[in-house]
Design a protein around this ligand. Structure first.
Ligand SMILES: Nc1ncnc2c1ncn2[C@@H]1O[C@H](COP(=O)(O)OP(=O)(O)OP(=O)(O)O)[C@@H](O)[C@H]1O
Ligand SMILES: [Mg+2]
Length: 236
């Protein structure tokens, strides 16, 4: 099958310091994939390279058959990659509704697009808070808003970076329920999350990073059954 997202030999730097050392990665249409690894191994840097937020210094990134490696991030988003960034970054001075429509984009060919009504259906809480400012929301509500906002761009690939970070257990369970619902729609998704048990349960495939490289690419369910591998890769 042709990959939807494909990285070949991607390197990335922060100033003089190198963070990625040659990433090869493929995500097929409809695949649910997780990127795992200890702190500081390069997961968010990989996401930022894909999104053009901290562009790759070498290598190639293609999406849906087109080279996106040199595109600014708003163009990457327009091509069909929706990001829920680490730290959420909702617009604090816009209302919930305004946050959702600000970057909304019904790209051509989307048969069953995400609309305000559909996002409110997935997150009834956002509907109740529609007129409240982003800055007045709880952490869980901000996370729901960040996911809703990414869905409103009608992406072909959704990337979630630490979507359950710092949230209360009940809210975390709610976010996983939503991720299951999104999975059922067939949208391709890349999930980065500290809760390796949950993320392995909710994905088909896992990629493991160590020091700026992918060191393992396999089946999520089988990694979940290998405690010595989990200890080695994640220190758990
Ligand atoms: N803005 C930055 N400036 C300089 N170095 C950075 C910056 N962001 C990340 N790094 C460094 O790049 C490397 C990879 O970091 P990255 O944020 O990609 O890790 P991560 O796998 O997402 O970790 P975490 O699990 O903590 O989110 C680390 O050594 C980190 O210190
Ligand atoms: Mg990170």
């Amino acid at each position: 099958m042709t990959a939807l997202l494909s990285l070949r030999g991607v390197t990335a730097h922060y100033g003089a310091s190198q963070a990625l050392f040659g990433i090869d990665l493929d995500i097929a249409p409809g695949e649910f994939v997780t990127l795992l690894g200890r702190n500081g191994m390069g997961k968010s840097t990989t996401v930022k390279a894909v999104m053009g937020l901290n562009p790759a210094t070498r290598g190639a990134i293609s999406f849906d058959g087109a080279d996106i490696g040199r595109l600014p991030s708003y163009k990457v988003a327009q091509r069909g990659i929706g990001l829920v960034p680490e730290g959420r970054h909702v617009f604090p001075n816009l209302s919930v509704r305004e946050n959702l429509v600000a970057t909304a984009h019904n790209r051509q060919g989307v048969a069953h697009p995400w609309t305000l009504e559909r996002v409110y259906g997935l997150f009834p809480r956002l509907s109740e808070r529609a007129k409240h400012l982003g800055s007045h929301l709880s952490g869980g509500e901000q996370q729901m808003l960040a996911i809703g906002r990414a869905l409103m761009t009608n992406p072909d690939l959704l990337i979630l970076d630490e979507a359950t970070e710092g949230l209360a257990p009940l809210i975390v369970a709610e976010i996983w329920r939503i991720i299951r619902d999104i999975r059922a729609t067939g949208m391709s998704t890349l999930i980065v999350d500290r809760n390796y048990r949950a993320v392995l349960e909710h994905t088909d495939r896992c990629l493991v990073m160590e020091k700026g490289l992918i060191v393992q690419d396999g089946d999520s369910a089988s990694l979940a059954r290998q405690p010595e591998q989990l200890t080695r890769y994640l220190g758990v």
